[in-house]
Ligand binder design. Structure first.
Ligand code: ACO
Length: 429
């Protein structure tokens, strides 16, 4: 018997089946051969939340959760964080290889060509209330952009598709910064072609009356590194959403708006915001033991801890923690850092967290950096969505080019009532 098969005996019928194992997985559809009678649909696998289901083959990001490894296109995240930039890494993620000098120059020029947004999108942002959550504004503006580029529906035309990819990566920082300026009641600052991707973003956020905004190089590099660290993370909740919407052949703008909506949730990209709120609530190291006890009693979660795949340190978390010290050299130490450090120390010695393999994830320290840089807390998930746009788009293209993919449509196990007749209103109890 080949080692690449699985023999299954169905005890309902006594029949034996041989199922092929490829790349460490069986095809769930092969289970349908297991039937109790010819009319039977066949055996299904039940996997709420996809805890053990591979939904795709992917060549983009490799994640080894037990050993805390993360590679983009084979390159370890630590090397990219140290040596690359967000835009260079974006090129790598999208194209599979690091760019040459002319390729990088052309890529950066293309991004700069597209980082102005249509004035009507600015008016759309203006229509929001002053206290609107910036993720609501971001999702709306990205979704609305679909109507400005109707050609984007031609998702199988590579040239059209590439143009939308460049445009989206270029426009998301502008949309984000315009939302911030609106909330603050400030006039918008248009993009500056002389600045880097991160530097231009800082300019659009913080420029005041000075003729030319000069980003602090430490903060510019830190933001760029945070962008790079968030660029992709294989089949997470928002990427799965991007793929699910994309599988219906929706255009990239509305697909990405949906992905951003998934990211907004506090269990996902909204966690960085939730961490800072949690640390603020805890307030002081003396309150930590009581807080930890409340978490252990199920009265809330230790936000920024735990991960579906990492059962070890999130390698991005390590880099972000180190980066925090570099940023605080410039901005001054965020007073919440002491609460975070002590919280991490206590949690990592506590049996509850050890036995469940709960380690700090990327969001545990990133919010502290954003806060020290003067970015408002509700804005943190937007700072996640900007770089993740790269990963969403790369995964979307991979989906469209994958002949094995179809419209995403899981099965269900129906547990509702049997067929019954309509009950008129006067007969209901
Ligand atoms: N605090 C306290 N307990 C936790 C935490 C936490 N942060 N995370 C998981 N647990 C506990 C669960 O209650 C569960 O305990 P039990 O076995 O006694 O029932 C056990 O650990 C296993 O957790 P699951 O919920 O099964 O893990 P899952 O893989 O479904 O969830 C998730 C992963 C959503 C990230 C979870 O750990 C969590 O909610 N963390 C806090 C939010 C957060 O930081 N999210 C950011 C994730 S990274 C990202 O998206 C960028």
């Amino acid at each position: 018997m080949s080692t690449d098969t699985l023999t299954v005996i169905d005890n309902r019928t006594g029949k034996s089946y041989e199922i092929t194992i490829t790349d460490g997985a069986i095809k769930a559809s092969d289970l349908r051969k297991l039937k109790t009678n010819p009319g039977d649909y066949g055996l299904m696998s039940y996997d709420p939340a996809f805890t053990n289901t591979a939904s795709t083959k992917s060549a983009i990001t490799y994640l080894d959760g037990d050993n805390g490894k993360l590679y983009y296109r084979g390159y370890p995240i630590e090397q990219l964080a140290e040596k690359s930039t967000h835009l260079e890494t974006a090129y790598l993620i999208l194209n599979g290889e690091l760019p040459t000098v002319p390729q990088l120059e052309a890529w950066e020029t293309a991004i700069k060509k597209h980082w102005f947004i249509h004035e009507n999108i600015k008016h759309l942002i203006d229509a929001f209330r002053h206290d609107a959550h910036p993720m609501g504004m971001f999702i709306s503006a990205v979704g609305a952009s679909s109507s400005f580029h109707p050609e984007s529906a031609e998702i199988f035309d590579p040239a059209i598709r590439n143009e939308q990819i460049v445009r989206l990566i270029a426009e998301v920082p502008t949309i984000a910064a315009f939302s911030y300026r609106h909330i603050r009641g400030l006039p918008v600052v248009y993009p500056d072609d002389d600045l880097s991707y991160a530097g231009n973003f800082l300019s659009m956020m913080f420029k005041k009356a000075e003729l030319r905004y000069k980003p602090n190089p430490v903060l510019e590099r830190a933001l760029d590194m945070l962008f790079l660290l968030h660029a992709d993370h294989e089949q997470n909740c928002s990427t799965n959403t991007m793929r699910a919407i994309g599988s219906a052949h929706a255009d990239p703008y509305v697909s990405l708006a949906g992905a951003a909506a998934a990211l907004y949730g506090p269990l996902h990209g909204g966690a960085n915001e939730a961490v800072v709120r949690m640390l603020t609530r805890i307030g002081s190291t003396k309150n930590i033991p009581a807080f930890i006890e409340s978490v252990k009693h199920g009265e809330g979660k230790l936000m920024g801890f735990g991960h579906r795949v990492y059962k070890n340190f999130d390698p991005r978390g390590r880099i972000v923690k180190q980066l925090a010290y570099e940023v605080f050299e410039v901005t001054g130490r965020n007073p919440l850092l002491d609460v975070a450090l002590e919280l991490e120390k206590i949690a990592r010695e506590d049996e509850y967290f050890i036995s469940r393999k709960l380690y700090p994830n990327v969001d545990f320290y990133s919010g502290l950096i954003y806060q020290a840089m003067g970015l408002p807390t509700p804005f943190f998930p937007v700072l996640f969505a900007i770089p993740r746009t790269v990963g969403w788009l790369a995964q979307w293209v991979e989906l469209l080019n994958d002949p094995e993919q179809k419209i995403a449509r899981p099965r269900q196990i129906y547990i509702g009532p049997e067929q019954r007749d309509y009950v008129p209103m006067d007969k209901r109890r």
